[in-house]
Write a protein of this length. Structure first.
Length: 383
């Protein structure tokens, strides 16, 4: 297919895959957001208001998105950092100095379809960063794509920062959307250049949910797949030293989040009824503990202290941030207190929360991080 015809086709396919990424259609079934099973829809607070539960004084700061604007929540206070309604997918740098996020800009695009040049309304993404007070906003990677007289854009989604702050893992079809699926690639923060590790995807369905390990030696990501009409995504691990990919889970798990010590992974478990939060063994992928059973919980993030997990929960169409404390000693935890961090907030479901805690509040580990050898795990496969 000629490049001029291929680009619009890929763009449409890309939009379909992005919809799948956003709503977990290839990974299973995310909770039905509007309606909550046919009952009355709860009313969210106004777009410029986030109400904090009085018990929500957890250590550190969480970032999330409401109505396309980034908020930071510290203690019992939530502060809006950006305006304009065009921001998404914030994530902390490991040192807490930066918040990386995606900002969309409305542009006009021109590409040929069936021999005619058509004009399109684009939402061109840019990978950006800012300090936690909202200052020093700077662009790292712009998703605008040009070829001769034609203009288009490529996707930039779900940035995850390496512990050393030098590299972002993103989901993208850039720098040339006519030649790539939506897959995991690396962005050099200093130069904005994109590197493709050439990780396989299935029938062009792509990847989602990249997550750096605490030691920076590997990444988890989701390889999207289908089994008939149902999603069958799996969590994979990519080893940066060996360049090998290992399958961690069977079908039905998405949105992995590492524990601070690298021994465990919180994930969203999907089935035909909805989603719940579980904890997995980072070596074997075995499910150790199910934290929720409401079929409306998703996108977990582990406290950097290791004693709690925050996640989104939808109730009658309104999404709030919840937290569950882990009681006891790993891996034999029991479920502790579970309570809301926000009340009727109406947070954006497509932007995962991110949590940072200052180093002076994090207990020193009693043993070194484990060396993960997933290739020796029962049932694991490599690529």
């Amino acid at each position: 297919m000629l490049p001029g015809l291929l680009a619009p086709v890929l763009a449409v396919v890309g939009l379909l895959v992005v919809a799948a990424i956003s709503f977990g259609l290839l990974g299973g079934t995310l909770p039905t957001l509007p309606g909550g099973g046919g009952g009355p829809v709860r009313t969210a607070t106004p777009s410029n208001v986030v109400i904090i539960d009085p018990r929500a004084n957890v250590p550190g700061s969480l970032v999330y998105v409401k109505a396309g604007n980034i908020w930071i929540q510290a203690g019992a206070k939530a502060t809006q950092l950006t305006t304009g309604g065009k921001d998404a997918m914030p994530t902390w740098s490991a040192d807490g100095q930066w918040i990386y996020f995606v900002r969309y800009t409305s542009e006009s695009g021109r590409f040929p379809i069936s021999g005619q040049i058509k004009t399109f309304d684009l939402r061109t993404p840019t990978l950006e960063r800012m300090h936690p007070d909202g200052s020093a906003i700077a662009a790292i990677l712009n998703g605008h794509f040009s070829r001769g007289r034609f203009d288009w854009s490529f996707f930039i989604r779900q940035p995850s920062m390496s512990p050393d702050g030098k590299t972002a893992a993103i989901i993208t079809d850039g720098p040339d959307p006519t030649r790539s699926d939506l897959v995991l690639k690396f962005v050099d923060i200093a130069t904005g250049s994109i590197k493709n590790p050439q990780l396989a995807d299935i029938f062009g369905l792509g990847h989602q949910d990249p997550a750096w390990s605490p030691d920076g030696k590997s990444l988890l990501f989701v390889r999207d797949a289908r089994l008939g009409a149902h999603g069958a995504a799996t969590i994979e691990r990519y080893d940066l030293a060996t360049k090998r990919t290992t399958t961690l889970t069977g079908p039905g798990y998405i949105a992995p989040a590492w524990s601070p010590d690298g021994r465990y992974v919180a994930a969203t478990k999907t089935d035909t009824l909805g989603t719940d939060i579980v904890i997995l063994d980072a070596r074997t992928g075995a499910e150790l503990l199910r934290l929720t059973s409401d079929k409306g919980s998703f996108d977990a993030v582990w406290s950097p202290i290791g004693d709690a997990i925050a996640f989104f929960r939808t109730d009658q169409g309104v999404i709030d941030l919840q937290v569950v404390r882990l009681a006891g000693t790993a891996p034999a935890w029991t479920i502790g207190d579970t309570f809301a961090l926000t009340l009727s907030a109406g947070l954006d479901a497509t932007s995962h929360p991110s949590w940072w805690v200052p180093a002076n509040l994090i207990p020193k580990p009693t043993s070194p991080l484990p060396t993960l050898r997933p290739a020796g795990s029962p049932g694991a496969t490599t690529h």
